[in-house]
Write a protein that binds this ligand. Structure first.
Ligand SMILES: Cc1cc2nc3c(=O)[nH]c(=O)nc-3n(C[C@H](O)[C@H](O)[C@H](O)COP(=O)(O)OP(=O)(O)OC[C@H]3O[C@@H](n4cnc5c(N)ncnc54)[C@H](O)[C@@H]3O)c2cc1C
Length: 479
């Protein structure tokens, strides 16, 4: 890579060539390991020169726009990544056509059209990609698609030559264009629009933005819809109907706001996201015989996991027999030393019977989650919230009521994963109190929380107000 790096410096200013550049900040998922070399060309000329250098070194680069439809794996990308987001040298209109460089954001493109009183790009306002990426993907939303407006594209090939394509050469189809096959780099796009009233155009863009904000989990990092629309279905609806909202591996989660999105709730790795993707694919196939294909492009090198994959899924009615057994097994493992079998059985019959568990699962101020390690049930979590839901009847409190892990799975990060899940649920509510669930005889846990400044409250509960919870620090401890 040294020779390529040196040769690239002859054609691109050195501050726009980065070695071992972490790619996470260049993606909307905020995930991705390092690229050997990352280059950010500013002009078509610079890009052509780069391509000639790379061709001489027999390197085919990977092209990144705004990274809003990619999942870059934790091992990063070998070779050269060309990020086009700074290619913003041209922007002009002639009559009802506009031409812009590929690095402009779709937001900038649709706002430019609006300023020029041109209608047809309102659909694109909230799609967070670059113009080049949008043509590559034939991006679309709300009945609009790039193929309805694009009439010409200029692209640079692997030898650095510039080509022009008319609309009929672009082979647009659902999330597809000719550039998937010919690997050329889109640098300039011409779009044909219609004359319109700028106020009406703005109004439509505002409506679509509002619609998007109310439906999509824009507060979390993601790459938009994770799966392609399977024939005859909507991926999000299938996932929702299968009860997979909230399914998580680490901080990667099927959004509870929109089941079609896998979100990164902070610090997720590509392995976590892939864990969620694979689990969703498996469960949808088992339940409906539908094979979901990722829409997100999965790139780069995998990095081996060092810990067990813990998948957390919200418990449903059909899980009651397995949940009941898990509750009994974990309870027996924890309390058999000072209770007779008859006492335990009486407790199970009263506390973990079908009707009680069914009513717990139906409670709107409570959630129960199951943790799986490699398809085997390993533990569970029950959280409650709301006024007077907690044991001490605190107002507006969140409580971890039960968190149990089977002995065979101790030390594999299951408790930590369940606890993190609880904290994420607590974070998304506006609670005055959070109770983490410690009993007076659990000296180990008491010591654990005391060390981190948690207050003792009443007889047997540790309470922490949200400001006092140093969650990051706490989670460094293995539960
Ligand atoms: C919150 C959110 C909402 C979204 N909503 C929508 C939506 O409504 N509709 C929709 O269609 N998509 C949506 N997306 C997905 C994404 O924004 C689009 O697919 C977008 O077109 C990708 O553009 P990008 O520049 O980010 O491409 P990237 O993610 O950087 O790249 C995607 C692919 O395009 C290729 N590529 C990028 N630029 C070029 C170029 N100049 N020349 C050649 N190849 C290139 C890359 O090699 C890669 O294979 C959403 C994403 C997010 C995060």
């Amino acid at each position: 890579m040294n020779a390529v790096w040196e040769a690239l410096q002859q054609v691109v200013p050195v501050d726009r060539i980065q070695r071992d550049a972490m790619l996470a900040p260049f993606t909307t998922f905020q995930i991705g390991g390092p690229a050997d070399l990352l280059v950010l060309p500013h002009s078509i000329r610079e890009l052509q020169d780069c391509m000639r250098v790379l061709h001489d070194h027999k390197i085919e680069p990977f092209v990144l726009g705004l990274g809003s439809n990619v999942l870059i794996q934790d091992g990063g990308m070998r070779g050269v990544v060309l990020c086009l987001k700074e290619l913003q040298e041209e922007q002009y209109h002639e009559g009802t056509t506009i031409t812009m460089s590929a690095g402009y954001t779709l937001k900038e493109v649709s706002e430019y059209a609006q300023r020029e009183s041109l209608s047809g790009l309102e659909f694109a306002i909230g799609i967070p990609g670059s113009l080049g990426g949008a043509v590559f993907m034939n991006a679309g939303a709300y009945d609009g698609e790039m193929d309805q407006v694009v009439i010409g594209v200029d692209a640079v090939d692997m030898q650095g030559h510039l080509h022009h394509y008319n609309r009929e050469d672009l082979q647009f189809a659902y999330r597809h264009s000719r550039f998937h096959e010919n690997h050329e780099i889109i640098v300039r796009v011409t779009m044909e629009l219609q004359e319109g009233n700028p106020d009406d155009i703005q109004k439509r863009m505002d409506e679509l933005t509002e619609k998007r904000e109310s439906k999509q989990p824009l507060e979390h990092a993601s790459a938009g819809s994770t799966f392609k629309r399977p024939p005859g279905y909507y991926a999000g609806t299938l996932i929702d109907q299968t009860g997979l909202k909230g399914l998580s591996v680490g901080p990667a989660e099927v959004s509870v706001k929109h089941a079609g999105f896998v979100v990164n709730r902070g610090g997720a790795t590509a392995n976590d996201v892939l864990g969620v993707i694979h689990e969703v694919q498996k469960r949808i196939y088992a339940g409906h015989g539908v094979q979901l294909e990722p829409e997100v492009r999965i790139l780069g090198e995998a990095q081996e996991r060092t810990s067990s994959v813990v998948t957390i899924v919200r418990a449903k009615e059909e899980d009651i027999p397995a949940l009941s057994k898990l509750c009994a097994d974990t309870f027996r493992e924890t309390f058999s030393h000072d209770n007779t079998e008859e006492e335990l059985q009486a407790f199970f019959d009263e506390t973990y019977n079908h009707n009680i568990l069914k009513s717990e699962l139906g409670d709107s101020e409570s959630e129960t989650y199951l943790a799986y390690v490699e398809d085997e049930l390993a533990g569970y979590l029950k959280v409650n919230w709301g006024d007077a839901q907690t044991e001490r009847e605190l107002v507006n409190a969140f409580e971890v009521q039960r968190l149990y892990v089977l002995k065979d799975y101790h030390g594999q990060g299951v408790g930590k994963a369940l606890f993190e899940k609880a904290l994420r649920i607590a974070e998304s509510g506006d609670f005055d109190w959070a109770w983490l669930g410690v009993w007076e005889k659990n000296y180990k846990a008491q010591h654990f929380y005391k060390c981190y400044g948690f207050e003792k409250f009443g007889e047997h509960q540790f309470i922490v107000t949200p400001e006092k919870a140093d969650i990051d620090w706490l989670l460094k401890k293995s539960l």
